[in-house]
Design a binder for this molecule. Structure first.
Ligand SMILES: Cc1cc2nc3c(=O)[nH]c(=O)nc-3n(C[C@H](O)[C@H](O)[C@H](O)COP(=O)(O)OP(=O)(O)OC[C@H]3O[C@@H](n4cnc5c(N)ncnc54)[C@H](O)[C@@H]3O)c2cc1C
Length: 506
């Protein structure tokens, strides 16, 4: 091992988005200090080629490796993303849709009022408690404004992106190889292990052998090194997350151009994503094969998109769960090899980036000792469970009851203690923001996110049971909030204009 525990050589198996993201981060952080970074992938196997929505972590990634939006976004047909609109997840009047916004600095002026009103409404007061009037990014998405504040704006917005997964993979490969990452095309057949259980080399079908000090398994759902060779067990999340398949089909862009949010529309046995790129709309129905078969899912997707009955679609299978440990011996797993939560909150690449960042930070400060490995594995497992709980909460607290799928989801009882605490705080009229803080889970999803979901589905007493707020309730002036949000939004430019400026600068 080299200074600070850094390995002298890293070999990444897999050239999907996860592999190339890791290659760029390792090259940026350690390549310049002498670590040799190489990536082996098989053009015969190819990549999964889906995964087109991100969280703000992707912006942090490009900032870290020093690549501007002008450089990468036009190359990847990328658009800005202010958040996700959930449609038809609730049959409560007035709550058929809500927006889950990425945070902005303006939220500091409105979030507490939203929390206050949702609590008053939970305790039976007739006050405004739908999330959509309280948050700046929600207004930006509605007005089709890019969540890109001018540097001198009073408030800054965080945002994610939508992008073409295949183009992003190609672009990241070009950057990484241009910066010195070695690239090999080979189909790996086996992994050679040493007596101590460490991986020593990857052996290709054609007889080539690739040695390294440290390995990164980014081989997708195959998990060739960490699961198939090192035998690390996988924990399934199928009891809580029923969806195990997807069927996808692109559609042309509408005349008004791409919007700046993802749509997640509930259907009979899952939900359909709508991801606007500059070149097309990406669509996919994520569903459970326990409730409908692939043909029924494809028919439902085509009907939703207005496509012909024989329009081409692509079917995918998903393994929903996570490895018990992501770092085993001298191997770190990332991407689909490491685990997968279904794509409802578009968190997979976020987890790739935080996994690699935290791995590098851990090794830089504590080396490769067992204590470092175990601390890292515990933190990674907690992150998976934290994000998993938020996604599970969507299914558990949605208010759609038209099919067995939605009724079964609402009846789930096997929940983590953390999620039980959240749900009980909400329904008992407790302070949900305090619960999130006490559980220390705000780093996975903030109190704003939890409130938006639970309020957005209309988890309140029936309208007939609400009573006018008494003198104990401090009225929240909703007109003032509307004016404040509208005023903040004025400094943001139209999404189409922001994308046009990127094209011009490219
Ligand atoms: C339906 C669906 C929707 C998704 N939506 C989102 C989303 O909105 N946002 C998000 O962040 N994520 C999303 N994801 C997850 C996202 O697609 C993946 O996290 C991302 O594409 C990274 O995949 P990967 O690189 O781990 O695997 P892959 O793309 O499968 O790449 C695996 C690589 O390993 C190589 N390989 C495998 N075996 C061998 C071998 N024997 N020899 C040599 N090479 C080998 C392959 O050639 C390939 O290069 C979604 C996933 C699914 C299934």
């Amino acid at each position: 091992m080299s200074d600070g525990g850094r390995p002298p050589s890293i070999l990444i198996l897999g050239g999907g988005t996860a592999g190339w993201m890791a290659a760029n981060l390792f090259q940026h952080r350690w390549g310049t200090l002498g670590t040799r970074v190489a990536l082996v992938e098989s053009s015969e196997i190819g990549i999964i080629g889906v995964g087109e929505g991100s969280t703000p972590q992707l912006k942090a990634f490009f900032d870290t490796i020093g690549i501007s939006e002008q450089e990468w976004m036009p190359r990847c047909n990328a658009t800005y993303k202010a958040g996700i609109r959930f449609i038809d997840w609730s049959d409560r009047p007035g709550f058929d849709r809500y927006f889950h916004p990425f945070l902005t600095t303006a939220d500091a002026h409105t979030a507490n009022k939203f929390f206050y009103n949702t609590r008053a409404r939970r305790t039976g007061r007739d006050v405004w408690a739908h999330p959509d009037r309280f948050f700046l990014n929600t207004a930006l998405a509605r007005k089709r404004l890019a969540p890109l504040a001018p540097a001198d704006a009073a408030f800054q917005a965080s945002y994610g992106y939508h992008f073409d997964a295949v183009l992003l993979g190609r672009y990241l490969k070009e950057v990484a190889t241009g910066r010195g990452v070695e690239h090999v095309d080979a189909k790996i057949a086996s992994v050679e292990l040493g007596e101590n259980g460490d991986a020593i080399a990857l052996e290709a079908e054609d007889g080539r052998r690739f040695e390294a000090e440290f390995f990164v398994d980014a081989s997708g759902f195959r998990a060739l090194i960490i699961e198939q060779s090192l035998g690390e067990p996988r924990r399934s999340f199928a009891d809580n997350l029923f969806n195990d398949r997807a069927v996808v089909a692109p559609t042309p862009l509408p005349d008004e151009g791409p919007g700046c949010c993802t749509l997640a529309t509930a259907k009979s046995a899952g939900w359909i994503w709508h991801i606007p790129l500059t070149s097309r709309i990406g669509n996919g129905y994520v569903y459970s094969s326990r409730y409908i078969d692939p043909d029924e899912a494809a028919a439902e997707l085509r009907a939703h998109l207005g496509l012909a009955n024989d329009a081409e679609v692509r079917h995918l299978e998903m393994r929903v769960g996570r490895l018990e440990r992501s770092w085993v011996s001298n191997c770190l797993a990332i991407g689909l090899a490491q685990g997968f939560l279904e794509p409802l909150e578009a968190t997979a690449l976020h987890i790739v980036l935080t996994t690699v960042d935290e791995f590098i930070a851990e090794v830089d400060s504590q080396g490769m000792e067992e204590a470092a490995r175990s601390r890292f594995n515990d933190a990674t497992a907690r992150r998976y469970e934290g994000i998993r709980d938020y996604i599970v909460c969507h299914y558990r607290t949605q208010l759609r009851r038209d099919t067995d799928y939605w009724r079964d989801a609402a009846a789930m009882t096997e929940l983590s203690d953390s999620l039980k605490g959240i749900i009980s705080a909400w329904f008992s009229g407790g302070e949900l923001d305090r619960e999130v803080a006490e559980q220390d889970i705000g780093g996975y999803y903030s109190a704003v996110s939890w409130h938006c979901m639970l309020a957005g589905y209309g988890n309140f007493p029936d309208a007939s049971k609400l009573r006018p707020p008494g003198p104990d309730i401090v009225p929240v002036d909703m007109d003032e909030i509307d004016r404040f949000i509208a005023e903040c939004a004025k400094t943001f430019r139209p999404h189409s204009e922001a994308l046009g400026m990127l094209e011009d600068a490219a």
